[in-house]
Design a protein around this ligand. Sequence first.
Ligand code: HEM
Length: 123
Amino acid sequence: MKTNITKQKAKISMRMLAIILIGCLIGILYLYKWQPQKETVLPNQLESFTLTELAKYNGSNPTLPIYIGLNGLVYDVSSGKKFYEQGGTYNWLAGKDSSNDLNLIGGDIIKRKYPVVGILTTE
Ligand code: HEM
């Protein structure tokens, strides 16, 4: 009788564990797969930047905003100044078309975190 109760208890806690595990799995799937992706909303009036113009906004002039070119768009990364100003970890990405590097790593963060301020044009 006693062992039956113990067995029943074990069954219930296994069930609880399974429910918790499935819950976690659904949570992870939601975060990584099902969460609706934010679309970049482009303002109506976008300034055009050539690579030469973009180079001015490379973080070396503290009075100017800091811009990064990514997949034909120009992002204003000034709010992440600590990364992109002179001496910052990612200063080497600023003021240029960094598509090649950012499409490997970090591009998603830029798209999610910073506003688009322009279009990158070939000179
Ligand atoms: C080609 C190489 C890499 C590129 C292009 C790259 C790019 C980026 C970008 C654009 C961000 C977003 C910064 C922001 O929030 O504005 C970022 C964040 C970050 N990266 Fe990298 N990354 C590279 C390599 C690495 C490596 C090798 C490490 C680690 C050893 C690393 C560690 C981090 C960390 C920890 C953050 C988050 C910083 C924070 O939010 O405080 N990255 N990366």
